[in-house]
Design a protein around this ligand. Structure first.
Ligand code: AHR
Length: 516
């Protein structure tokens, strides 16, 4: 059954902010099989690897142009002592990973291995330092170890460990979830610590750090305000002090209660809609944190960073509850696509986001089989791939005219059509998600301001929302070409595209006329 046609009006010649490619960032924690078995198999593994790093994982992530990778946590970051992860592997001290499964961490994947991984991926490193159980000196020396050329105690130590040249490390996290696993701090206490730590995170040579203060959970706007107040004030002439450059927040899509978050693959249509209400809430949260920041920083000097997001389900039966291993269905892919639409709409303030997590943990891009080593690309991976064209493109404002495309879910209104758009030179990319579980939605893109001279579309869909990819059926949810039709519109070009139930579609167009 098909709904009434929706109209989406887009002015191709009115540019918005740049959609930073870093909104497509990733997160790899020492958690379950993300690092060990996911990225890292060790040099002696039969799985093809370079210096212990899985090459199939690297290749898959290069195909989605992974822009940055956050490491080593998460909660793990605030118990991690970086000196345990350098030098000969057999001599590295061990520790207990108290946050995740209570397993022994042998530190075989440490600083040099992480930076080698980033080099293979072509991704910028985002290192998260330890505030909760570390020291200012420890974090400051880690920055020196990583980024200082020439002569210095830490540069000498790095060289003794086999790396002559410093690395370029642009992104630095000052602790993680300081309100919880990162030290159970009050916002005021953390705000002071963030200033102190940031002071000693030096720029060495031409490595300019982008320091990210650990931010709020969900809608804790008071946390964001406390951090903003500590570096700025209302009406300050000069805006915020240049101590840290961004503030993060975390938001997970968890429709059920914490004790029973729901099953990744067995869920009802009602569960699905409840999930989508939670997923779409991300826009309300970005808007809320951004509004608080606007008061103290109207010029938008301080970035907002959503450095953990994604679905969080009950773990798969038979797996370690501390390893957070979950399957990934078409539902997860639609959670991702509506997040990206929200990110694009707020690209003026939101500068970075990191899906949690890249391999084998939570809303992963890639699942690997612990026995055979087989690699599976998840439906969420395909959304990242379809959206590469948005990286560093210019956002376009979209006006959706679809008054019927919504439903009430537990007293909340769920908009069923989600759209975003960007342009770059002589092309434009439109992302369209139909969240309706049962009905097709015909959409007419009413494109104004430039001439459209070519068009094509791709679709991610499957027969059911529960569809997912496995080693036995790796393409149950995959991307295919999709039809579009050119139609007349009174003010510009028209493209009609049918969105089947629970589908994600991208439409690419080639443009003539001058670029904005
Ligand atoms: O991503 C899993 C965990 O979720 C992270 O370690 C922590 O920061 C968050 O609570």
């Amino acid at each position: 059954m098909s709904a009434a046609a929706a109209r989406v009006v887009i002015d191709l010649d009115i540019p918005g902010p740049t959609i930073s490619r870093h909104l497509y960032g990733h997160f790899a924690e020492h958690l379950g099989r993300c690092i060990y078995g996911g990225f890292w198999v060790g040099e002696d593994s039969p799985v093809p690897n370079q210096g212990g790093i899985r090459l199939d994982v690297v290749e898959a992530l290069r195909d989605i142009a992974i822009p940055n990778l956050r490491w080593p946590g998460g909660c793990f970051a605030d118990e991690y002592h970086w000196r345990d992860g350098i030098g000969p592997r057999e001599e590295r001290p061990r520790m207990v990973n108290t946050n995740w499964g209570d397993v022994v961490e042998d530190n075989s994947f440490g600083t040099h291995e992480f930076l080698a991984l980033c080099e293979l991926l072509g991704a910028d490193p985002y290192v998260n330092g330890n505030v909760g159980s570390g020291t200012v000196r420890e974090m400051s020396e880690w920055v020196e170890y990583l980024t200082r050329g020439g002569e210095s105690p830490m540069a000498a130590l790095r060289r003794a460990n086999g790396r002559d040249e410093p690395w370029r490390v642009p992104f630095w996290g000052i602790g993680n979830e300081a309100w919880g696993c990162g030290g159970n701090m009050r916002a005021e206490a953390y705000a002071d610590l963030a200033r102190q730590y940031a002071t000693y995170l030096r720029d060495h040579g031409d490595n300019t750090l982008y320091r990210i203060a650990a931010g709020a959970a969900d809608d804790d706007y008071r946390w964001t305000e406390t951090l903003m107040k500590s570096i700025s004030c209302i009406g300050c002439g000069d805006g915020p002090k240049d101590i840290y450059q961004a503030i993060s927040f975390h938001y997970y899509t968890i429709p059920g209660p914490w004790e029973d978050k729901g099953d990744a693959t067995r869920f009802s249509t009602d569960d699905y809609y409840a999930t989508m209400v939670k997923a779409r809430r991300v826009e309300e949260l970005i808007r809320g944190h951004a509004a608080v920041m606007d008061v103290y920083d109207p010029a938008k000097k301080i970035g907002l960073v959503l450095d953990e997001w994604g679905t969080w389900w009950n773990v798969e039966a038979g797996t370690n509850p501390g390893f957070l291993y979950q399957q990934n269905t078409l539902r997860d892919a639609l959670v991702a696509s509506v997040h990206f639409d929200a990110f694009h709409a707020h690209a003026d303030r939101l500068v970075m986001a990191n899906i949690a997590q890249t391999v084998n943990v939570l809303q992963a891009m890639i699942l690997t089989d612990p026995e055979s080593g087989a690699l599976v690309l998840t439906p969420s991976y395909h959304v990242f791939r379809m959206n590469v064209g948005h990286h560093d493109a210019t956002a376009l404002r979209v006006h959706v005219d679809a008054p019927e495309l919504h439903r009430e879910v537990d007293g909340r209104r769920l908009e069923l059509l989600s759209v975003s758009a960007s342009t770059r030179g002589d092309s434009a990319l439109f992302s369209l998600t139909n969240l309706d579980a049962d009905r097709s939605v015909p959409v007419v893109l009413d494109l104004r301001g430039r001439t459209v001279v070519g068009q094509s579309a791709r679709i991610l869909n499957a027969d059911s929302l529960q569809a997912h990819n496995t080693a036995a059926d790796p393409d149950a949810v995959t991307v295919r070409d999709h039809d579009v039709e050119v139609v007349d519109q009174p003010y510009g070009a028209g493209i009609r595209v049918e969105l089947p139930p629970h589908s994600y579609v991208t439409v690419s167009v080639t443009l003539a006329g001058s670029a904005p």
